[in-house]
Design a protein around this ligand. Structure first.
Ligand SMILES: *[C@@H]1O[C@H](CO)[C@@H](O)[C@H](O)[C@H]1NC(C)=O
Ligand SMILES: *[C@@H]1O[C@H](CO)[C@@H](O)[C@H](O)[C@H]1NC(C)=O
Length: 385
């Protein structure tokens, strides 16, 4: 029989206590308790339909037909990436800020994302005569809403640290519309390229501000491959065969443009990571998560190819800028889950689900997210009107 002498016992206890202390101090393996989101229609869960001066398309059938069975203000047939992330984290769907708070507060999160929003202020586009008929609720306005909300979130702002360190901040996707408006109004590639560093700067400033308010985990999505989008393929149709990628049918120079934005975004994120080593800034590679569909649509069940929209006004990509999804003359496919493109610019729930899956289970989050609470969510999620 081995008897432990008291010094040995003491060391053992000391060791165990040290271990416990170590794991407590270094434990980042907690559940997220809320999601704060900023962005555009890729993440809008119902803000734009609440702005009275714009009859948002996403308030019309067949938007929402697949999962919610009614339009909720989401620009898809069903759930968005942010909805799948909320499900995976065991959190309720992130309620839209403009919907008001139904439970007295937004402690489990709030969504400021607004369809049509740009990263740069509305004035930037007005000065350049690039009309944005949808909204002036740019990233800067959304950050202002966030600041307005702080007093009701935390008793003593900016003392929101305790809430924010367990929150996931979704910063984007944002910036896509800064390019969509000028490209679809046929402004030159050379001009639009000059916007990219400014857009990246706006996103970087938002990340910096949120970290200063106490954000510790931030997810920053890339731009999608715009050259594969039905609106771009329709409006910027080219007679030159060499403009198209023979494998995917996407417009190569436009995807290269998205890649340029994403490259600068990654550089900016590296700069911010060095500046804020205590924050985890996660790149969400929407671009490559989506490129899988265009390269091998069949593999994901998209058996009608990946470029033709489910809902739209006809033509080779079922996209016509004068007959949009939700309006008279547009048709909708029978099975949206076999399509990547929902309308001319947004993706189907099926595509968003694959993207969310590729983020959470890898490899498209960088670094990957660390929490023991993935997939603990029930299937009974409250959602907000
Ligand atoms: C955006 O602001 C401009 C200038 O104040 C205004 O003329 C325009 O109507 C606004 N647009 C929207 C969609 O609210
Ligand atoms: C869009 O629809 C209009 C009206 O039917 C038609 O004149 C036009 O050619 C269509 N455009 C495309 C790109 O199919």
């Amino acid at each position: 029989m081995v008897s432990l002498s008291s010094p040995t016992m003491f060391s053992l206890i000391h060791f165990i206590m040290g271990f416990l202390t170590f794991s407590t101090v270094h434990s980042v393996l907690e559940c997220y308790t809320s999601i704060f989101s900023f962005g555009d229609s890729l993440a809008d869960t119902g803000n734009s339909i609440r702005e009275s001066n714009w009859a948002s398309d996403a308030g019309k059938f067949p938007y929402g037909e697949t999962y919610f069975h009614r339009p909720t203000g989401r620009f898809s047939d069903g759930r968005l990436i942010i909805d799948f992330i909320a499900e995976e984290l065991g959190l309720p769907y992130v309620p839209p800020y403009l919907g008001g708070s139904s439970d007295g507060d937004f402690r489990q999160g709030v969504n400021f994302a607004f369809a049509g929003a740009t990263a740069l202020d509305a004035a930037f586009f007005q000065e350049r005569r690039i009309p944005n008929e949808y909204t002036n609720n740019s990233l800067g306005i959304q950050l202002g809403w966030f600041e307005d909300l702080l007093p009701s979130l935390c008793s003593n702002p900016p003392g929101c640290g305790d809430i924010f360190k367990k929150s996931l901040f979704l910063v984007g996707e944002i910036g896509g519309n800064d390019y969509n408006y000028p490209f679809l109004q046929r402004r030159s590639l050379e001009e639009i390229q000059t916007f990219v560093p400014l857009v990246i700067n706006a996103i970087g400033s938002a990340i910096d501000m949120l970290i200063k308010y106490g954000a510790r985990t931030l997810v920053v999505p890339s731009n999608l491959p715009i050259g594969c989008s039905a609106e771009y393929l329709t409006v910027l149709e080219s007679q030159k065969k060499e403009d198209y990628d023979p494998l995917t049918g996407c417009l190569t120079y436009l995807n290269k443009f998205s890649e340029y934005h994403n490259r600068l975004l990654l550089q900016e994120m590296d700069r911010l990571r060095a500046q804020h080593p205590h924050a985890t800034i996660i790149y969400a590679d929407y671009y490559n998560a989506a490129m899988r569909f265009y390269r091998s649509p069949d593999h994901f069940g998209f058996n009608g190819g990946a470029l033709r929209a489910c809902c739209g006004g006809g033509g080779p990509y079922n996209c016509n800028m004068t007959i949009k999804c939700g309006y008279r003359g547009a048709t909708v496919c029978d099975n949206p889950s076999s399509y990547v493109a929902w309308d001319g610019i947004h993706l189907t729930e099926a595509a968003y689900r694959w993207i969310a899956d590729g983020l959470i289970r890898g490899p498209f989050f960088s670094p990957s997210i660390t929490t023991p609470c993935l997939s603990l969510g029930s299937h009974d999620h409250p959602y907000y009107e």
